[in-house]
Design a binder for this molecule. Structure first.
Ligand code: LLP
Length: 410
């Protein structure tokens, strides 16, 4: 259930009027509800009752330290894709044996650091990387546990830019290449291939595609058995989609849980997930101010103080993030309105609406569902400072990251 709610035309989160949180704060700012995150984690866990997967939170979705600490308290591990994310996860107190490291371009330094920290698994994405991990481990006189990410050549129904499981995508290695590595594993004396990983993309709603992945993995496990190679863990990645539109369907975790449970009963192998968006997506929003209401012949531009540098998803993926006024007027604009930011690009737009409630300059709006891939994709484009981040824990309001100062950017 979403904790962001309109009550008597005023927007609330955690049952607090958003206007109250505004006080003295410079807009725009990110606002996260820890309660929403806890609720999401609880929902996911309740769908996985028949087995106990390790849920590694995909740090790239939202790398706010306070959020990571909260997730750690909820027993989550971390999925990281750079040494920066790895250091952050460790700083949040997440134990190395709950951290997996993904990514197609890990450097020597990153691999060395991960090996020294004894993380749960470095998930390699090419034979070149497997060789490099082996060589570095040898120099460090270590045997390193690694995973191999396979590219299943399965197309997920999602935005082309966030699909990863097709053979033309740069991620993972083909199944035949993987089996070749296993056949030649004697060449790699300083690694132990103990995990198989797969991640087919993000914002996926359809469970069928995961079923395909599971049946493919079962086939691979038979082949591995024939090669007398035992792995002890399957990492199924993330990708579970969330609703961005009002009547969008939600990813059915209960059904998904049943499918995974069937797989688990059959294979009896430890399961890992790398979930990002579903954990933090609906927990975060941007509070923004209307700077100008600019009228042209066929529409009204509502120019807000949030730009594509603060929230890039609409510009990059044409993603829709519903914008709701903090105080909704009962009167409506007669023309279409388009919400746009101040950045000098036509892609700096947040969507077109019909019959939108009247807004005036100085009013406030909320850009919803920005808790995943919001702040982490933001930039200093147009010399704009990264904005403040505020956390709501029950009724407690706390700034957890200050707005950058322009002077610091110069
Ligand atoms: N594991 C791996 C290896 C990944 O590459 C990703 C996301 C995840 C897990 C987490 O996926 P999630 O559960 O969050 O869907 N910037 C895009 C999304 C890019 C996703 C990148 N990889 C967006 O804003 O939609």
């Amino acid at each position: 259930m979403d904790l962001l709610k309109l009550k008597k035309n005023k927007l609330h989160i955690n049952n607090i009027k958003l206007e109250k949180i505004l006080k003295k704060r410079q807009t725009p700012f990110y606002l996260y509800s820890l309660n929403q995150i806890r609720q999401n984690v609880k929902y996911i866990n309740s769908s996985f009752k028949n087995f106990s997967p390790l849920i590694c939170y995909a740090v790239k979705a939202n790398s706010n330290l306070s959020i990571l600490k909260e997730l750690k308290k909820n027993n989550l591990g971390a999925d990281v894709v750079s040494v920066g994310e790895l250091k952050l996860a460790l700083k949040a107190g997440i134990k190395p044996n709950k951290i997996v490291f993904s990514g197609v371009g890990k450097t020597d330094e990153e691999i060395k650091f991960a090996i020294k920290k004894n993380i749960l698994s470095i998930n390699a994405e090419s034979t070149n990387e497997i060789t490099l991990i082996n060589d570095i481990s040898k120099k460090l006189k270590k045997i390193t546990n690694i995973g191999v990410r396979i590219n299943p050549d399965i197309k997920a129904k999602t935005n082309r830019k966030i699909a990863t499981g097709n053979k033309v995508n740069k991620f993972g290695i083909s199944i035949s290449e993987f089996l070749n590595v296993i056949k030649n594993k004697n060449k790699f004396q300083n690694i132990k291939i103990s995990l198989l990983s797969v991640h087919i993309g993000s914002q996926i709603k359809d469970i069928k595609v995961y079923k395909k992945v599971l049946s493919l993995i079962s086939k691979i496990l038979i082949k591995l058995k024939n090669l007398k190679h035992i792995i002890n863990c399957i990492d199924l990645g993330g990708g579970m989609g969330i609703p961005y539109f009002k009547h969008d369907k939600k990813f059915d975790f209960k059904k998904f849980g049943l499918e995974i449970s069937k797989f688990y009963q059959k294979e009896r192998i430890k399961i890992i997930f790398e979930i990002g968006r579903f954990i933090t997506g609906n927990s975060g929003h941007i509070i923004s101010k209307v700077i100008y209401v600019k009228k042209i012949k066929d529409r009204i531009f509502i120019i807000i103080d949030t730009g594509m540098n603060d929230m890039a998803r609409s510009a990059i993926y044409d993603a829709f993030h519903e914008i709701i006024p903090l105080h909704k007027s009962t009167k409506k604009f007669s023309k279409k309105v388009e919400f746009v930011g101040p950045i000098c690009e036509s892609s700096d737009t947040f969507g077109v609406y019909k019959n939108y409630s009247i807004l005036k300059e100085g009013d406030y709006v909320c850009i919803t569902n920005c808790g995943a891939y919001g702040r982490t994709l933001s930039s200093n484009y147009n010399m704009r400072p990264l904005i403040e981040e505020v956390i709501l824990n029950n009724k407690k309001i706390k700034t957890v990251r200050l707005r950058q100062k322009i002077e610091d950017l110069i």
